[in-house]
Ligand binder design. Structure first.
Ligand code: K1U
Ligand code: ZN
Length: 174
């Protein structure tokens, strides 16, 4: 297993539309394991492959609490097949937009079709935080960050702060 570096906005690789995985191979299973390890270490409750520089339609999610057993979800080529008419607002964060949080409104419940780590077709209907995190991660697959759901004023303020804080970190000596 390996910890993967997480890209930070405004990295242009975060704005690309990811391509479907042709099939679930051992290489994809290794990527899923590395993404889970990276997500738990961050710590986070979700991670999409584009955040670690891999432009493939793959996400991992685990919203279990520290005191609960781990409940990792691995989704390859996820597709939203139903969205509720009702909306819900959650305070969202993102490992690629560190130290910034904002309320985002999304459909409250979803049904998502995907391939599991064995390449088997699955469907999951869910709501609450899990529905929010899956939609947030699926947005990453289309190059969309949670700040793209905010006003351009708020988004640009956050992006300027991220650029400024990156300038203050010394470059690693190579
Ligand atoms: O960067 C990401 O896509 C992961 C992101 C997922 C997310 C969080 C909240 C709402 C929508 C999507 C995170 O995990 S940010 C970190 C976080 O929320 C968290 C970290 C540790 C414990 C609990 C939450
Ligand atoms: Zn994110």
């Amino acid at each position: 297993m390996a910890l993967l570096p997480i890209l930070v906005a405004p990295d242009p690789r975060l704005k690309l539309k990811a391509v479907p995985a042709a099939e679930v191979t051992d290489e994809i299973r290794q990527l899923l394991d590395d993404m889970l390890e990276t997500m738990y270490a961050a710590p986070g409750i979700g991670l999409a492959a584009p955040q670690v520089g891999v432009s493939k339609r793959i996400i991992v999610v685990d919203i279990s609490r520290d005191e609960e057993p781990k409940a990792p979800l691995c989704m390859v080529n996820p597709e939203l097949v139903w969205l509720s008419d009702e909306d819900a607002a959650y305070e969202e964060g993102c490992l690629s937009v560190p130290e910034h949080y904002a309320e985002v409104v999304r459909p409250a419940a979803i049904r998502v079709a995907y391939l599991d780590r064995d390449g088997k077709k699955q469907e999951l209907e869910t709501d609450g935080l899990l529905a929010t995190v899956i939609q947030h991660e699926m947005d990453h697959l289309d190059g969309i960050l949670f700040i793209d759901h905010l006003s351009s004023l708020k988004r640009n303020m956050i992006l300027r702060k991220l650029v400024k804080s990156r300038r203050q970190v010394p470059e690693p000596v190579s």
